[in-house]
Design a protein around this ligand. Structure first.
Ligand SMILES: [Zn+2]
Length: 180
């Protein structure tokens, strides 16, 4: 069963129904003509790629002279309100830079191949520090992702254990424990 800690309900809904509930990526522009708007939108979509299927993303672009005042918001804490001023030519690389800083770009992405590597579901075995029963922690992982230690409730006795999960799962609280 699911056991989540203070996570908003819609995250669980997204994960449970998979691709059927794709969150839209919102791209807002100001001061751009229609041709520029669609060009900028495809640059943004190319940079964010399949990540737009997980969580809410919005990018706002305001044309100021030759520069774009860019504001990015993504589903991880490192992507709350990231802003920069760039030219159109620099936009895609700057977005990728922000994703890289947030730990969301894998080496596979950087190679320019056909999109991000699919997630892999990890099942890590643990023993509860309180009741000594075995449980598994399930989470989606990405290649070469950093680990974070998170609190997870034992599915036998509900006492909190601290276990390592991937950075993406930790930031989105996208993990759960099951009886082994
Ligand atoms: Zn326990």
């Amino acid at each position: 069963m699911w056991r989540r800690l203070d996570a908003p309900q819609h995250d669980a809904d997204t994960r449970l129904s998979g691709l059927e509930t794709r969150m839209p990526l919102k791209v807002m522009t100001a001061g751009c003509d229609d041709g520029e708007k669609s060009r900028l939108e495809s640059l943004v979509r190319a940079a964010i790629g399949d990540r737009s299927e997980r969580g809410n993303w919005s990018v706002s672009l305001v044309r100021i002279g030759t520069k774009l005042s860019t504001r990015l918001e993504g589903p991880s804490p490192a992507l709350r309100d990231v802003s920069f001023m760039v030219t159109e030519e620099q936009l895609q690389e700057s977005l990728l830079g922000a994703l890289r800083d947030a730990g969301l770009v894998t080496p596979h992405d950087e190679s320019g191949a056909e999109g991000p590597t699919p997630n892999e579901t990890q099942r890590n075995a643990h023993v509860c520090g309180t009741c000594a029963n075995a449980f598994v922690v399930l989470f989606e992982s990405f290649p070469e992702e950093a680990e974070r230690t998170v609190p997870v409730a034992c599915p036998h006795c509900w006492q909190l254990n601290r276990v390592p999960v991937g950075q993406w799962a930790a930031e989105g609280e996208e993990y759960r424990a099951e009886k082994a």
